[in-house]
Design a protein around this ligand. Structure first.
Ligand SMILES: NC(=O)c1ccc[n+]([C@@H]2O[C@H](COP(=O)([O-])OP(=O)(O)OC[C@H]3O[C@@H](n4cnc5c(N)ncnc54)[C@H](OP(=O)(O)O)[C@@H]3O)[C@@H](O)[C@H]2O)c1
Length: 379
């Protein structure tokens, strides 16, 4: 395989170094905004040097962001090149287009590292669904937010201090918005559900709440109710389509999900024959993630071009049967209708069981007057 890297940051460097020891993979070009000794002689500032080079059969995109990643990936496929990416943002936004291009141009498209970093999650979904029907997926898909919530719970740290600690350790980016607002999990859930159920689950239709405004008082509610606060993704097949949502959630302390520590991910699928299968591990980090990119490259070398199928019809997002009690904390929680509230205390309310669409509708209402309102499902 003659491959080229688009991006030479955390993951790009890892891919380059692991591939250097593998005779099957020759990384002959590297697109990067700066040059250094490791890429001397292979470096270019111009994507055209890669996309127009007929000798390069595979493009590895590890730049991040949606643009120009999408333009580079689509051009590469149209030029007959295989593509591998770790970039969940571009895959969630252009999943259908990427699958269609790969089929049309008979090239590989793989993105195992885009969900779960170093965990063999998407490839396991694909393997599982070949002989079984996956009914449900979900879990903790973001290590940064799990780290923040773990530190807040364990060390009674304020959110901002826990976030700074996550940034100091390299778990959180300088701009942590995608993690703490739940967008990163929403993208991963969209890709996972699309692969698991053989359809297209549009990320823009997935109700999502994050932990940007979580407080130690919110965590204290968990302590009082013997539960642990996590940011989690939920999805299952329904009669009409697919349920999918992302939300903070209070999980009973004795459940496996509640005990996931620090920056670990725990991804779970439930299939008809297999029952529940969980995968835990490093959802990020240079070498775990780069290893999954390299395994995708090796799969392509051995003739396995993809883990999706050509079924990408849009699924209806149907959350009506997903019912939970909800915890709301807001200066305007008195705006919640009395008939849905089970108990209230200073600025907080716990509701009766409500379907996800209703809970998110009330949450939007509260945020109109209190942008720092907080919501969590109670399992
Ligand atoms: N880090 C992880 O643990 C992890 C885990 C799973 C998935 N991923 C995904 O992997 C991808 C790469 O992540 P990363 O952590 O390696 O990011 P990173 O450290 O920021 O590396 C990206 C590199 O690409 C460069 N770049 C950006 N736009 C470019 C362009 N137009 N042309 C050339 N180079 C460009 C960046 O240069 P500048 O720095 O100069 O902008 C940077 O060197 C992302 O999509 C991320 O979501 C990362």
């Amino acid at each position: 395989m003659k491959a080229a890297l688009l991006g030479h940051g955390t993951i790009g460097v890892g891919v380059d170094r692991i591939a250097a020891s593998l005779p099957e993979i020759d990384i002959v070009r590297v697109l990067a905004l700066e040059t250094d000794d490791e890429i001397l002689g292979r470096h270019t500032f111009h994507a055209d040097d890669i996309l127009n080079d007929p000798e390069i059969d595979t493009v590895i995109e590890v730049m991040g962001g949606i643009h120009p990643a999408w333009e580079f990936l689509s051009r590469a496929m149209k030029a007959g090149k295989n593509v591998v990416t770790a970039n969940k943002a571009v895959v969630a936004a252009y999943y259908r287009e990427l699958v269609a291009l790969s089929l049309e141009h008979h090239v590989a498209f793989r993105c195992t590292a885009a969900v779960g970093g170093g965990i063999p999650w998407l490839v396991s979904l694909e393997r599982e669904k070949r002989g079984d029907c996956i009914r449900k997926i979900g879990g903790i898909m973001n290590g940064t937010t799990n780290f923040i919530l773990s530190r807040m719970a364990r060390d009674h740290m304020a959110f901002n201090d826990a976030l700074l600690e996550a940034q100091r350790l390299g778990y959180a980016e300088k701009d942590p918005s995608a993690d703490i607002d739940g967008d990163d999990v929403r993208r991963k859930l969209s890709i996972s559900a699309s692969v698991a159920y053989d359809c297209f689950v549009d990320e823009t239709k997935i109700p999502t709440a994050g932990i940007r405004f979580v407080t130690t008082d919110d965590l204290a509610f968990g302590t009082r109710t013997h539960s642990v606060l996590k940011l989690a993704a939920f999805s299952r097949r329904t009669e009409k389509g697919v349920s999918a949502f992302v939300s903070p959630v209070f999980i009973p302390s004795e459940e496996l999900l509640a005990s996931v520590p620090e920056n670990v991910n725990l991804l779970t699928l439930t299939a008809e024959h297999s029952g529940e299968l969980s995968f835990a591990g490093q959802g990020a980090g240079r070498y775990p993630t780069a290893k999954n990119v390299v395994l995708d490259l090796l799969d392509i070398v051995s003739g396995v071009p993809a883990f999706y199928t050509d079924h990408t019809a849009a699924a209806e997002i149907d959350n009506l049967e997903e019912c939970y009690s909800w915890y709301f904390r807001s200066t305007s929680s008195s705006l919640l209708p009395a008939e849905i509230v089970e108990e209230t205390s200073h600025e907080t309310a716990v509701t009766k069981k409500l379907p996800v669409p209703d809970a998110f509708r009330y949450f939007s209402l509260l945020k109109e007057t209190d942008p720092e309102a907080f919501i969590a499902a109670i399992l």
